[in-house]
Design a protein around this ligand. Sequence first.
Ligand code: AP5
Length: 210
Amino acid sequence: MNLIFLGAPGAGKGTQAEIVCEKLGIPALSTGNMLREAVKNATPTGLAAKEYMDRGDLVPDDIVIGILKDRIAKPDAKNGFILDGFPRTVAQAEALDKMGVSIDKVIEIYVPDDVICGRLSGRRVCESCGASYHVDHKPTKSEGVCDSCGGKVVQRVDDKPETVLSRLATYHEKTAPLKDYYQAKGKLKTVVGQDSIADTAKLTLEAIEG
Ligand code: AP5
């Protein structure tokens, strides 16, 4: 099963991808996580991407397409995957088609912008493994400490309110047109994100299986 999770920043793509991955036994490939890792390790890709990410802009297509192409070729993605945060422009979707990757379903997780702003202000992530938490909806067992690896849990630089607004604007301008792109191919299913992570997971799994 090759899936794409589409949705605004903070809609819950990463949270749902983690749940669905475990259920289906396929990896989640998050371009956001790959880019953050590259920034942390100060690789040439990371150095090129950092200024765009800090501003809440998209990283140029050629950079992102390159890292996704390398990641999708790895053996663990052979039997299926969830793309979380890719494609984000029509050019990226076309590049995926050119790679010969066939997509079974595109799951859009829809959450209104005002709800998103609240979610991202409460999000915390592990500096070491990237695990995602929320101060109210998904708190860590011990404050500031990752449940999975014991790493330090912090707020993401791009979750500052002004950067979130810029990311939302970018989403509506550049990524939302992908809904029409995949609707025209008969692949789009929309899940309305619920207040509870478990309720959203139920709807997401129904959309994948239905
Ligand atoms: P990326 O990391 O992909 O960020 P994003 O798309 O902005 O998505 P997020 O990770 O912010 O949100 P999410 O939808 O995964 O939500 P989450 O599950 O964490 O990208 C970062 C940057 O990298 C981009 O801005 C760009 O610069 C660059 N980039 C990445 N890919 C690119 C590409 N393809 N092209 C160009 N540039 C690219 O949930 C959010 C919070 O809400 C969490 O705290 C969670 O616990 C909580 N939550 C989740 N679901 C629920 C629920 N149902 N109820 C209550 N709380 C919930």
